[in-house]
Write a protein of this length. Structure first.
Length: 112
C-alpha cells in the first residue's frame, strides 16, 4: 500500500489523480504571495524604515538631551543635600532622642 493510499483501492493523495490539485494549490499560493503578501510586507518595511524608526530615534535623542541630564542633575543635588541632611537629622536628633527614651523607660522599669 502506498503512503496516503487506502486499502480499499481508492486513489490516495500520492496518486497521479491528485498531482494536478497540488500543482494548482502551489500556483495559487505563489500568486497570493506575489500579489498580496509581498506588497504588504514591502509596504510595512518601508513604513518602518521611513516613519517609525526615524520617529523613535528622534524621541531617543530628545530624551537623552533633556530628561537624562535633568535626572543626573537631580541625582547630584539629592546626594549633595538630602543625604547629608538625613545623616545629620539621624545623628543630631533621632539618636539622642532614642537614647533618652531608653533611659527614661529603663528608669521607669518599662524596658527590659
Amino acid at each position: 500500500m502506498e503512503p496516503g493510499g487506502s486499502s480499499s483501492g481508492s486513489a490516495g493523495w500520492s496518486s497521479p489523480r491528485w498531482w494536478g490539485a497540488w500543482r494548482t494549490a502551489g500556483w495559487l499560493l505563489r500568486w497570493v504571495y506575489r500579489l498580496l503578501l509581498r506588497p504588504i510586507g514591502l509596504g510595512l518595511r518601508w513604513l518602518w524604515r521611513h516613519t517609525v524608526r526615524p520617529v523613535l530615534s528622534a524621541i531617543r535623542w530628545v530624551w537623552s538631551v533633556t530628561v537624562v541630564p535633568t535626572a543626573r542633575g537631580l541625582r547630584a543635588v539629592w546626594r549633595a543635600t538630602v543625604t547629608p541632611a538625613a545623616r545629620w537629622t539621624r545623628r543630631a536628633v533621632l539618636d539622642p532622642a532614642r537614647v533618652a527614651s531608653r533611659e527614661v523607660l529603663s528608669a521607669l522599669g518599662l524596658r527590659r
